[in-house]
Design a binder for this molecule. Structure first.
Ligand code: GMT
Length: 373
C-alpha cells in the first residue's frame, strides 16, 4: 500500500507512535509518505519506502495566523495525487483529521482517498471536549472512514463525550528487539556516580504529566534511602520541577537531562519509572519501561490500568498521592529481588500483549477493511 501519515512532528507520544508505525509498515513492504510541518523527531532515516513531504506555509500580511489546516490539506491532496496514495492515516484529530477530510473531498472526483483517524488522548479528553472544539471534533470522527483509539479507556471516553462508537481499539506498541534490557555501566555511572538506585521520569513536561510530583516523591524516598532522580524530556513544567527540587533541598539528588534521542538507553540505566500523570490515555513511557524490565510507579488514571498490572508489573496510586507513590518506590528500591521479579513480569506482559509483531498487523488489517479489500 501507499500510505500517507500525518503527525505532530515535535511533541509527544502521538508523533512517536505515528513515526514508529510508518517505519514498521515500510519494513513490511509498504511505502509511507509522512506529510507534516517538519521531519518527525523519531524519523531519523528516510529512504525509498519512508518519504517526507514538508507542509509549506505561505506568509501573507493579511493572515494574522497562518492557516496551517489549509496548507496541510493542500499538501495532502497534492501528495495523494502525485504518489497515488491509497489512504491517509492521521494521528491526533485536531486539526489533522479536518485537513485530511478536506483533502479527500477536494480530489474525490478522480481519486478515492479514505481517511483514518487515530485518537491519542487529549484530542478527545481536552481539546475535543472543550465546548468550542466539540462540534468540529465530532464532525472529524463522523467523517473519517475509520477511527482507532489507543485504549479501551479512550474508546469509552470518546463514546461519552461524542456519542460516537465506531472505534477500533489498537493499542500502543513496542519493538522487543529494540527495547530489551541491557547493561550500560557508563551511562548509569554518569547518571548516578555514587551508585544510588535510579528513578527515571520521561515525558514532555506538560502540566498533565505532573513532573513536580516526581521531585516530591524523591524528597520522601531520600528520607529513608539513597536515590537518584533522572528527568528526561523538556516542557513548561521543567522550571517548576527544578524550583521545587531546590526548595525541598534535593537538587543535588536529581539531574535534568532534557530531550534525548535514545530514551531506551535511559530506561535501561534505571531501576524504576515514575509516571505520576494527571491523565494518560495509554502511557507509552510505561510500556517502553516495562519492555526493558523496569517496573512502573504510576497513577490509576485513563488507560494506565490496562497497561500496568497493579502489584505485578508496577504500582498504581491516586493522582497526587505522592506519599503512597514514595512508599511504593521505596518498596522496590529496597528490595532487589522484588524489583527483578516485577521487572521480568513487566517485560513478559509488554511483549506478550503489545509487541510490534502483534499490533502492526492489526493496523494493516484495519486499512484493508476500510479499503474494502
Ligand atoms: O493526548 C495527548 O496528550 C497527546 C499524545 C501526545 O502526542 O503526546 O499523548 C497521548 O498519546 C500517547 C501515544 O499514543 C499515549 O501513550 C499517551 O498516554 C497520551 N497522553 C495522554 O493521554 C496525556
Amino acid at each position: 500500500m501507499n500510505i500517507g501519515i500525518t503527525v505532530y512532528p515535535t511533541y509527544g507520544g502521538s508523533g512517536i507512535v505515528g513515526s514508529e508505525l510508518g517505519k514498521e509498515l515500510a519494513a513490511r513492504g509498504h511505502t509511507v509518505h509522512f506529510i507534516s510541518s517538519a521531519l518527525p523527531t523519531r524519523l531519523t532515516e528516510l529512504n525509498e519506502r519512508v518519504r517526507f513531504h514538508e507542509v509549506e506555509m505561505m506568509s501573507y500580511p493579511l493572515f494574522e495566523h497562518q492557516p496551517y489546516t489549509l496548507a496541510l490539506a493542500t499538501k495532502m491532496s497534492t501528495v495523494a495525487e502525485s504518489e497515488k496514495l491509497d489512504l491517509l492515516h492521521v494521528h491526533y484529530a485536531i486539526p489533522h483529521s479536518i485537513s485530511a477530510i478536506l483533502a479527500r473531498e477536494s480530489i474525490k472526483a478522480h481519486q478515492r482517498l479514505p481517511v483514518i483517524t487515530t485518537l491519542h488522548g487529549t484530542d478527545i479528553t481536552l481539546v475535543g471536549a472543550d465546548r468550542s472544539y466539540l462540534p468540529i471534533t465530532r464532525y472529524a470522527l463522523e467523517q473519517s472512514d475509520g477511527v482507532t483509539a489507543i485504549s479501551n479507556y479512550l474508546k469509552q471516553a470518546t463514546i461519552e463525550h461524542f456519542q460516537f462508537d465506531r472505534i477500533e481499539v489498537i493499542p500502543n506498541f513496542v519493538c522487543p528487539d529494540e527495547y530489551k534490557p541491557k547493561i550500560d555501566c557508563d551511562l548509569r555511572n554518569a547518571l548516578s556516580p555514587d551508585g544510588a538506585p535510579v528513578m527515571v521520569h520521561v515525558s514532555n513536561f506538560r502540566p498533565v504529566k505532573r513532573p513536580v510530583d516526581c521531585v516530591e516523591i524523591l524528597a520522601r524516598v531520600l528520607k529513608k534511602t539513597k536515590a537518584r532522580l533522572v528527568m528526561v524530556g523538556d516542557g513548561s513544567e521543567r522550571t517548576n520541577a527544578i524550583h521545587r527540587a531546590r526548595c525541598l533541598g534535593v537538587a543535588d539528588n536529581c539531574v535534568f537531562v532534557g530531550k534525548q534521542p535514545r530514551i531506551v538507553d535511559y530506561l535501561c540505566a534505571s531501576d524504576i519509572l515514575l509516571l505520576p500523570s494527571e491523565q494518560e490515555s495509554f502511557g507509552l513511557a510505561a510500556l517502553e519501561a516495562m519492555a526493558v524490565q523496569v517496573p512502573v510507579i504510576a497513577t490509576r488514571v485513563g488507560g494506565l490500568p490496562e497497561v500496568v498490572d497493579d502489584g505485578e508489573t508496577g504500582f498504581l496510586s491516586p493522582v497526587g498521592d505522592v506519599d503512597q507513590m514514595a512508599d511504593n518506590a521505596l518498596r522496590l528500591l529496597s528490595d532487589k529481588d522484588l524489583r527483578r521479579q516485577m521487572g521480568r513480569h513487566a517485560r513478559a506482559s509488554a511483549t506478550s500483549r503489545y509487541s510490534t509483531d502483534l499490533i502492526i498487523p492489526r493496523y494493516i488489517e484495519f486499512y484493508k477493511t476500510v479499503l474494502g479489500h
